[in-house]
Ligand binder design. Structure first.
Ligand code: CO
Length: 134
């Protein structure tokens, strides 16, 4: 069911420093910071030839990554995003398999303007998984 790896998201305490690491040390192409208030994050997109890295910094009071950074003050891998062709069909299969969809269980529009779902890390080997309709 899942297709390409769309992105790896890394929560970071210092977006400027993390961007410099990817741009200068690793020589990657990086975007300007983009505020996504509805997701509670500011993001820098790192473009790689075969996938993307998203550097995420908390934005606002109730950021979904604030707690993660409390536990991981140096930052760390926050989630993986896999592409699917049909998010409703994917959601149904996942629910039928017993996987827990986070939030109200319905797809919402993600950072790339496409519908996404997040899946409980306890159902996926300790990894928060995002599913995006590509
Ligand atoms: Co993501």
């Amino acid at each position: 069911m899942i297709g390409r790896l769309n992105h790896v998201a890394i929560a970071v305490p210092d977006l400027g420093a993390a961007t410099a690491t990817y741009r200068d040390t690793l020589g990657a192409k990086v975007s300007e910071p983009v505020d996504l208030p509805e997701h509670g994050v500011t993001t820098v997109f790192v473009e790689l030839p075969n996938t993307k890295i998203e550097l995420l910094k908390p934005l606002g009071e109730k950021s979904p990554i604030a707690k993660f950074l409390e536990k991981n003050p140096d930052g760390g891998i926050h989630h993986l995003c896999y592409e699917v062709d049909d998010i409703e069909a994917a959601r149904q299969k996942l629910v039928d398999e017993g996987a827990r969809v986070l939030g109200d269980g319905k797809p919402r529009i993600g950072a790339h303007g496409k519908p996404v779902l997040f899946l409980h890390p306890k159902d996926f080997i300790g990894t928060l998984v995002e599913i995006e309709q590509a």
